[in-house]
Design a protein around this ligand. Sequence first.
Ligand code: FAD
Ligand code: NAP
Length: 391
Amino acid sequence: MSASADVSVSEFSKDRPFPARLTENRMLNKPGSAKETRHFVVDLRGSGLRCKAGDSLGVFPTNRPEEVAELLQRLGATGDEPVAPAALKLAAPIALRVALTERLALAKPTRKFLETLAAKVTTGAEKEKLAALLAPEAKEALPAFLEEREFVDLLAEFPSARFTAAEFAEYLRKLMPRLYSIASSGTVYPEDVHLTVAVVRYATNGRERVGVCSTFLADRAQPGATPVPVFVSDSHFGPPEDRSKDCIMVGPGTGIAPFRAFMQERVATGATGRNWLFFGDQKRSTDFLYEEEWLDYQAKGQLARLDTAFSRDQAAKVYVQDRMREHGKELWAWLQGGAYFFVCGDAKRMAKDVDAALHQIAAEQGGLTPEQAADYVKQLKKDKRYQRDVY
Ligand SMILES: Cc1cc2nc3c(=O)[nH]c(=O)nc-3n(C[C@H](O)[C@H](O)[C@H](O)COP(=O)(O)OP(=O)(O)OC[C@H]3O[C@@H](n4cnc5c(N)ncnc54)[C@H](O)[C@@H]3O)c2cc1C
Ligand SMILES: NC(=O)c1ccc[n+]([C@@H]2O[C@H](COP(=O)([O-])OP(=O)(O)OC[C@H]3O[C@@H](n4cnc5c(N)ncnc54)[C@H](OP(=O)(O)O)[C@@H]3O)[C@@H](O)[C@H]2O)c1
């Protein structure tokens, strides 16, 4: 039976998540780092869930109790009010506090909510401010205004608007699960799943903000105590079935996560293909995630090549794609020999730049025109030898 068939035999899924136990929450960055990347271990015992290298874990978070308390206070609600917002398709109403804590997203307010506020506010100053925000001239400024605010900010800024609990709940969207690349091999750790998570904390509009799920795992899920509802998300991203094939893995920052699973899996199953890792982060002294493990694989010859790009260790930025170009000749030779090329991590900039570097290497090392290089990369994708897991 294949590993993915195993996943489907579990009674747990996205619609029926497994209440897992968090058993470890450990900081990966060393003191002095500007980053907060954490290693989590989630215990899947009793779930029947299985995962293969490349899969992700879906996690259903809860919102911060302080934010829920402030919302209730600003709404003048106790939290016991029954609500059944359409977005949740509930069979029976639930208490407002439960809906705000577990089921509804408190960020990203919409224009529609501002329009409702405009109809509800009773003071001249609030009416004027909302009219200006909703005016056609403000069309471009409005998304930025909304982006910097959560629902609670708008209730604070426009306190004369009154909502019943049920009415307010209708404006909120469903709280969605977040996916995390699994950083451990199911062969090596059949009962556990390891995650590598960048904890999101920042400030906008004079308030401290947090990412809902990354801080649920980091701050609110007490190891061993709070159930963490999870499911396994099957993926086509994964090491080659033919274990004699070489793997080139490009995973800066949390992009390293699935490659930790790939390496564990390939070593455990005696894969004979070579492994080459490109890793990057801010500083070698504080941000070399799982450094000892990579150095150990390298010392044992299981990791044939390790190229790192620490962007803030020198005046000019150095990124993984710079290392790829520096070693373009060898990278091309690996590809010509049938190697698979994997990329994981930031989708907005990194994955695009790595893709451009791959095209450039194909053109320069393969003597291809830009069009031929584009065709070459397209074919790699078609053959599943160029796979990406980017977010
Ligand atoms: C297939 C897949 C695999 C993934 N694997 C991993 C993984 O292995 N590790 C990992 O850490 N993440 C991973 N992610 C991302 C993860 O799913 C979440 O998106 C991430 O943890 C943020 O979720 P959150 O709930 O903490 O933040 P949210 O509450 O969703 O908030 C994030 C939002 O906050 C805003 N924001 C964030 N930073 C700032 C800032 N500095 N200034 C202004 N606004 C800001 C942005 O609007 C951003 O969209 C993966 C995603 C996918 C789709
Ligand atoms: N909005 C934010 O402020 C913020 C901050 C951190 C992470 N994030 C997001 O959180 C997620 C996880 O972050 P992460 O910890 O995994 O790592 P990350 O922030 O993506 O950074 C990992 C490494 O990649 C470098 N990098 C930046 N731009 C790059 C590019 N165009 N090409 C190649 N490398 C590049 C970074 O360098 P430099 O940072 O030195 O440029 C750093 O050395 C990502 O999706 C990221 O976008 C957002």
